[in-house]
Design a protein around this ligand. Sequence first.
Ligand code: HEC
Length: 448
Amino acid sequence: MLPSLYIFLQTTPVPKDIPLPLPLPEWLLIILLVVSFLVHILFVNLMVGGSILTLISQIKGLKNKDYDTLAHEIANTITVNKSMAVVMGIAPLLCINVLYTIYFYSANALTGLMWLAIIPLVTIAFLLTYLHKFTWKAMENHKAIHISILAIAVLLFLFIPLIFLTNINLMLFPEKWGSIKGFISALTLPNVFPRYLHFIFASLSITGLFLHWYMGRKNYPFENLFTQLTRFELKKKGYSLTLVASLIQFLIGPIVLLTLPSKGIGWNLVFIIIIGASFAIPAMWMMWKGINGNEKTIDKDFYKVVILMSITVVFMGSGRQIYRANSLEKHRELVRLKTEEFKKIKKEALTKEKEEKTKEVNMSMTLEQKGEKVFNQYCSACHKPKDKLVGPPITEMASIYKDNKSGLQNWIKKPGKKRPDYPQMPSFETQLKQDQLDQLSAYILTIK
Ligand code: HEC
């Protein structure tokens, strides 16, 4: 064996899988996982990006009333997006649980407390966003407190995804499980922070497009809400945010790729990522043109931009799944072998136990008891102990063959025709072995 492989096997826990079939074909579960995850993360992005922008706008709003209004308007979208994020998060969680049961479980168990802390943290963050949204008027004269409420929510919103990301990352590295002691040490795996930054800038990028659309809609009463800020300016701001965040992604993306442990990197992954990224380039160019154009032309390519960016996102989401599949491939093979070995050992143990049990039963039973069993199996349909049934009772047999064991056995093997009012008894020569005949005769001859 290669030394590196040997070390890998020595230090890597290889649990056995649960030997149950998947509820759906694997390919279908993978598609469901990727698609439902993308829908979920879209709303997570809008929730995180929206809360950051609300905070920035509200702080700016201390000097400029329009920005306070803007903050309020974005705040109204956060709670909706957050609900969608949570609901849509259930599907990928279920899929990943079924597809990667032992990996997901192990990662969650290793970061146990922090993983469970997600529930209270999410609850607090949500309550804070509602509190913040509904006390806009009431807290008008307490802006510092009002902004602090949001700031805490933003911090929580920034932290919660880090827990998810750390676990999803940790599950890919079974070889590290032995040395990971809780959440903090899982954070130190090489690519956690680059991946996290990639997520944050994706959030800003997507939120920029969202605001461009949301506040640019024809039936959105923009002009009634804002005094100085114009629709055109806001659309430009949305595009600029998306453009800048996307440019930064072009810097962070390669860092993510380089810090990913090499075991999961294959040409298939690099290929998917390059194709995905290349769709973003024309979109960025269109946004750039939009920003530098005028009020009439800024919307011209909006849907194209959305479609191109969506394609990028789908490719990145698929790349994520490819990396996972690549990096777990070897370990899953080991788990498969282990599971098979376990099944084999279990089967062997069961047959051995069964054999020993029958042996024990055989040893503990007397010859007569065994004979009674054979009798009940083969003879009791026609013979009863004391009364006539089809044939004569056992008591009669016992008195005829008293002291004549071989005579009895001969009859059983080749019954004659004796009693005129009885039918012929069938022969048992081929069905019964000699030891069974001995047991039978021992039983019959003890009956009085
Ligand atoms: C299908 C019914 C049937 C079964 C099963 C059957 N017997 Fe009989 N047996 C008879 C009949 C009927 C007679 C009486 C035959 C006669 O007298 O001609 C008889 C008679 C006998 C006799 C009396 C022989 C004699 O010399 O008078 C013995 C002993 C006997 N059976 C033993 C057995 C044993 C042991 C088995 C089980 C291995 C068995 N029988 C299964 C129908 C059956």
